[in-house]
Design a protein around this ligand. Structure first.
Ligand SMILES: Cc1cc2nc3c(=O)[nH]c(=O)nc-3n(C[C@H](O)[C@H](O)[C@H](O)COP(=O)(O)O)c2cc1C
Length: 134
């Protein structure tokens, strides 16, 4: 079983999470929904704010139960080249939850604009396909 959780302040990562959810046939939910049933793969995403992942997202990751999450795939959006990868990987490693090498980060996404272009939509489709076969 798979699950998608996201933290999104202005809607962009939510939009990405929903597009990914359509591809994976999994509902995308905010981090307000805890992971209560075991999942093989958790897709966990967020935006970048002042060069950092939001503290709520980091807390969500820190509170995950390693017994319930086999592997995490990170995704996210940002205005520039930053991602949540380093910070979230650090938190998840501490929890001994494996983080997949494969991830999906979209850049140049301006706050509230949800400006995900055609090429990026193709990237989302490819990511979904890649992760299914892993
Ligand atoms: C308060 C604020 C701070 C931001 N700081 C950065 C930043 O330091 N680096 C960056 O690449 N993007 C930054 N951005 C852009 C967001 O990462 C980008 O628009 C992202 O898509 C927002 O995701 P969300 O809509 O899911 O919240 C910032 C946006 C906001 C609103």
């Amino acid at each position: 079983m798979d699950a998608i959780r996201f933290y999104s302040r202005t809607g962009n990562t939510e939009k990405l999470a929903n597009l990914l959810g359509e591809q994976l046939h999994v509902p995308a939910k905010s981090i307000d929904s805890p992971i209560d049933k075991p999942v093989d793969r958790l897709f966990l995403g967020g935006g970048v704010y002042n060069m950092s992942a939001d503290k709520h997202l980091k807390a969500f990751a820190a509170n995950l139960d390693p017994e319930k999450v086999k592997e995490v795939f990170l995704f996210g959006t940002s205005g520039s080249v930053f991602t949540i990868e380093k910070q979230l990987t650090k938190v998840l490693k501490k929890k001994k939850i494996p983080v997949a090498d494969d991830h999906l980060f979209l850049h140049g996404v301006m706050p509230k604009m949800g400006n995900i272009n055609g090429h990026q939509k193709k990237e989302i489709e490819a990511f979904a396909k890649e992760t299914v076969t892993q």
